[in-house]
Design a binder for this molecule. Sequence first.
Ligand SMILES: [Zn+2]
Length: 157
Amino acid sequence: MDRLWAPWRMEYIKMERKNGCIFCEKPQENKDDKNFILYRGKTAFVILNIFPYNNGHLMVAPYEHIANLEELQDDTLLEISHLLQKMIIVLKKAMSPHGFNVGMNLGETAGAGIPGHLHWHIVPRWNGDTNFMPVISNTKVIVQSLENSYMTLKKFL
Ligand SMILES: [Zn+2]
């Protein structure tokens, strides 16, 4: 797999070190459109990554602040699996990607930006996207594309 070059992620990494846990805070704020929360399930929710590796980069996380996969309850694990499926269907319909990277980073060493709260990434991939992303790597374009992605995906949910 080619690595996507996403320099704005440095801002994100620095920000997360200072602040609390976005996966706990954002769902409690009750301004889902501002926070780019796309979908709320019973035990888990879907949120756009605001410093994405690619357009349509989503994260699925439980509401509960849990760091270890082995501590997750069965019903939460099942709902997260269903949400991953659901969001892949939605992304396929809305954005026609050529492929996906789906997965999680457990622990800081493994690259988790927020190691204390489990979350799954869904990154849609298009042929040639590793060449394309550096071109749009400024914050303004990213914010516009986030609002765009949010509205587009919301339509298909
Ligand atoms: Zn948390």
